[in-house]
Design a protein around this ligand. Structure first.
Ligand code: COA
Length: 382
């Protein structure tokens, strides 16, 4: 009996297309809910550390104390990077490089120093996921210090990812509030279904290419301002607005009249407020009070409510995270690579899932160009 092929479907931007099953996260775009492996994002942000969340994503369950201790030991042990990588950042990476570009290249180089880079056994891939998550903060902090003419600070071999990263970045251990905020921000950004960078990672992984290749591709996708790059653009917007004297209301009206996008607003999946933005707003509110600096919160709130009233669009994860990082004293262009430090866990968890039951991801494009042309000798072409 002959089978009829399913009717071809087409969706620009793959909007509304479900490409695969995942056990990693569920997003309800109408209700504004995000769940990692059955746990709400609110619960995890409040009650689980970034390392516990990473374990949950990679292994499917929250770790016991013993499992968490073991993961922390593995992460700490893996934090140092080969001296060649630091030399590369010191001598062969221009100081004014885009940090996402510098990290994309450094991640690619890491594979040359990993004996297991091309080993596809699940346990080896898990070990690589841990190593990638451990090393990216070291590379990013080193790059930031080197570009400022300072020596990189080696990883502490103790403490959480959040605390170690801030220590390597600033040369001093963060206070408990800053560490807790950074840790929660890492939890919030860890996983989000088939977003552009995760999809990129899974497409690369589906060719049975290696984990390094997949996360380098994912870095490239995350860099774009329509994806992870939006958090940098949000802060640039707020700073420009603060300096311009224009009110937030005037700014929104002008952007909408010009049909220009306001960064940190809108989402392909959420048709209401992104639940991560709610948590980040609370964090920003606490931080603003603590620092006695409320203007970023006030400007953000005005922009958000004005766009909501005018266009019915709400804030996404990047909207309030920008000001949170700003008040933590972090350089604006590091916001997207910090997103990558967190999302590394989601990317690698998706790759582990992809390889459990791999199928090449290979959609079609509908050809809409000319047909039936014939090649003319080159001298006869006009
Ligand atoms: N500012 C102003 N208008 C926006 C907007 C924004 N940030 N995002 C969407 N819109 C408007 C579009 O102009 C369009 O309006 P129209 O119907 O009047 O033409 C409508 O909303 C649909 O937008 P569209 O771009 O088709 O939606 P999408 O699903 O492709 O967009 C994003 C999703 C995320 C790409 C988009 O909202 C965006 O560019 N946001 C800013 C970048 C950002 O913050 N990215 C981080 C996402 S986590």
């Amino acid at each position: 009996m002959s089978q009829t092929a399913p009717a071809p479907t087409k969706s620009r931007g793959l909007e509304g297309v479900t490409a695969l099953d995942t056990q990693l996260s569920a997003i309800d775009g109408q209700k504004g809910e995000l769940v990692y492996r059955g746990y709400s994002i609110e619960d995890l942000a409040k009650n689980a550390s970034f390392e516990e969340t990473a374990y949950l994503l990679w292994k499917g369950e929250l770790p016991t104390q013993g499992q968490l201790d073991e993961l922390n030991r593995q992460l700490r042990e893996a934090r140092p990077v080969h001296p060649d990588l630091l030399d590369h950042l010191r001598h062969h990476t221009p100081k004014d490089s885009n940090p996402m570009a510098a990290m994309r290249t450094a991640l690619s180089m890491l594979s040359a120093y990993d004996d297991e880079a091309d080993t596809m056994e699940p346990e080896a891939n898990y070990r690589k996921a841990v190593r990638l998550t451990a090393k990216l903060p070291t590379l990013l902090a080193a790059f930031d210090r080197i570009r400022k003419g300072k020596e990189p600070i080696p990883p502490t071999q103790e403490g959480s990812t959040a605390s170690d990263f801030l220590t390597m970045l600033n040369g001093e251990a963060p206070g408990p509030a800053a560490e807790a905020i950074m840790d929660a921000a890492l939890v919030l950004h860890a996983e989000h279904g088939l977003n552009a960078s995760t999809f990129t990672a899974r497409v690369i992984g589906s060719t049975l290419s290696d984990m390094y290749s997949a996360v380098v591709g994912a870095m490239g996708a995350l860099k774009g301002p329509l994806h992870g790059g939006a958090n940098i653009e949000v802060m640039k917007t707020l700073i420009a607005l603060d300096e311009s004297g224009e009110t937030a209301q005037e700014f929104v009206d002008r952007k909408i009249a010009a049909k220009e996008k306001i960064m940190g607003i809108g989402h392909r999946v959420y048709k209401t407020l992104d639940p991560r933005a709610t948590i980040l707003r609370e964090m920003l509110s606490d931080l603003s009070e603590e620092k006695g600096e409320t203007k970023w919160l006030e400007m953000s709130d005005t922009i958000r409510t004005t766009v909501k009233d005018t266009k019915g669009l709400d804030a996404n994860v990047d909207f309030y995270s920008a000001s949170v990082y700003y008040l933590l004293g972090i350089e604006t262009d590091l916001y997207t690579p910090i997103f990558a430090i967190s999302r590394m866990t989601g990317w690698t968890a998706h790759l582990l899932e992809q390889w459990e039951d791999n199928r090449l991801i290979r959609p079609r494009a509908e050809y809409v160009g000319p047909r039936d042309k014939t090649v003319q000798p080159v001298g006869e072409r006009s």
